[in-house]
Design a protein around this ligand. Structure first.
Ligand code: SF4
Ligand code: SF4
Length: 473
């Protein structure tokens, strides 16, 4: 079946030509109320993004994702492989949160918060406007032969892009390996850590490629979140939308003529000026309806509002609205689906908060040495041998560590020493014996509770199995 004429846009992507080549987008420089708000939001987010790996809470980096050493810090809380369950819950909350938000507010995340949009539209694109000028000048420059002006502008732009990509790659590395280590590497000189330098240059290359060339293609073909829109959005989701009822009316959109009575002629409020198309960074025409390329950047809202103001028509022809709002004038409703997502989100956040606060700074694991039986000693004492592992999740050393038996009367004897120190963000391992008088045992396999002390302070409790002779059951 042939696609209807007004649906043809669905057969192709706005950034690909008929020949299958890349159609470069030269978006007009946005301006307006929402663009100003987006600028402020981007300043806050950029400061956060650049500062987060260098801010410390209780000596812990605020955000760190050291995948190689499996160490993560989230909001200053250090996570070890032992805390993996918390990490998984955080990820689930993140996903539910994004789903909830997308169902309710479409791709608001893409337009206002996504680092790709923030860097592309608020950093790289603004530098481009500064060097190359607005849409018209950019198109002219692109068509120009390689003369002195073009070479100068291109070299300047690409050099600045490379420097910023290098800066982003450094910050990215600070998230990965920790800011302290990054600063140390910088002080040691770039050639003292050649493999890190190579990784840094690879990251720089990737960022440069994305922001200098790949650009909106990330959102259109690479981002999995963008692909999810089709299943998450419904008629009640609020998205950047063209009010086709008002824009088209009975006769359809039509160019603006001075002193005409558009109301009487039945023409829509859209004056077909194409400003919303020219300003779009993904090269689409929002008047065709919600499309997967739209990152909800709001640039078309601002562009159309300024046109409406100029021709004395009410603003909001393109606005944040749901399909139901445009079709049936329905107001935003908190639907059962939204209520369900909110409830799940609240439960998950409550569970996570509880787990975070109940989590111990020290994690102890004491396990009986496999294959070893108990030993009968003098004075009716029964002895079992164990290995222990203590993880210190804090950034301060835990000094004077010793073990005490809490559940039974007996003794814990360390093999190598009486007390020891667990280094900051480190672990200590060793062997110990637990000795209990046979008369104190209730069976041939008792569960014993052991306290981990730092001086006189109980920092963690754990349990282990204790084997004894059957006759004492
Ligand atoms: S900017 Fe507004 S008036 Fe102009 S073409 Fe787009 S929707 Fe129509
Ligand atoms: S259609 Fe509008 S909101 Fe969507 S990407 Fe283009 S300019 Fe941004």
């Amino acid at each position: 079946m042939e696609t209807p004429k007004n649906e043809k846009f669905r057969d192709s992507i706005g950034t690909v030509t008929k020949e299958g080549k890349r159609a470069w987008v030269f978006p007009k420089k946005p301006s307006g109320r929402l663009y100003e708000y987006r600028k402020y939001v981007s300043y806050v987010l950029l400061i956060f993004l650049f500062a987060a790996p260098f801010v410390k809470i209780n000596g812990n980096q605020f955000l760190m994702f050291n995948v190689l050493e499996r160490r993560f810090n989230i909001f200053g809380f250090p996570f070890w492989p032992q805390d993996f369950h918390l990490f998984v819950i955080m990820m689930i909350i993140g996903v539910v949160f994004v789903i909830f938000f997308t169902v309710a507010f479409g791709r608001i995340f893409c337009g206002w918060i996504c680092p790709q949009t923030i860097f592309m539209e608020m950093v790289f694109r603004r530098i481009e406007y500064w060097i190359d000028g607005d849409r018209g000048k950019q198109i002219r420059l692109n068509k120009m032969p390689w003369n002195a002006e073009k070479i100068r502008k291109r070299v300047l732009k690409w050099t600045i892009f490379f420097i910023i990509s290098f800066l982003i790659a450094n910050v990215f590395l600070a998230y990965l390996i920790g800011s302290d280590r990054l600063i140390q590497y910088i002080l040691d000189g770039p050639f003292s850590h050649l493999s890190t330098l190579i990784s840094l240059l690879i990251f720089t290359g990737v960022f440069y490629f994305i922001f200098a060339w790949f650009r909106e293609q990330v959102c259109i073909i690479a981002c999995p979140y963008g692909r999810l829109q089709g299943v998450l959005l419904d008629n009640k989701s609020i998205v950047v939308a063209y009010d086709h009822k008002r824009g088209e009316k009975e006769v359809g959109r039509a160019k603006f003529k001075k002193n005409e009575d558009r109301e009487a002629s039945g023409k829509g409020d859209c004056i077909d000026c194409f400003q919303c198309v020219h300003v779009c960074p993904t090269g689409i025409d929002i008047r065709n309806g919600t499309q997967l390329e739209c990152v909800n950047c709001t640039a078309c809202i601002d562009a159309c509002d300024s046109i409406m103001e100029a021709v004395n028509l009410p603003k909001g022809l393109i606005r944040y609205a749901s399909e139901d709002n445009i079709e049936k004038k329905a107001k935003f409703k908190f639907t059962p689906r939204l209520k369900g997502y909110t409830a799940v989100l609240f439960i998950l956040v409550a569970v996570l908060t509880g787990m975070l606060f109940l989590r111990n700074d020290v994690e102890a694991r004491i396990l009986r040495l496999p294959g070893q039986l108990y030993e009968h000693k003098d004075n009716n004492m029964i002895s079992n041998v164990y290995t222990f592992k203590l993880v210190n999740k804090t950034s301060a050393a835990i000094e004077g560590v010793r073990f005490e038996l809490l559940s039974h009367k007996g003794e814990v004897k360390l093999v190598a020493h009486d007390e020891f120190v667990v280094p900051p963000q480190g672990l200590s391992e060793g062997t110990l014996f637990i000795e209990i008088n046979a008369s104190a045992l209730t069976g041939d396999k008792d569960r014993v509770e052991i306290g981990v002390y730092s001086g006189d302070r109980l920092v963690e409790t754990t349990t282990a199995a204790f084997l004894g002779p059957r006759s004492y059951k």
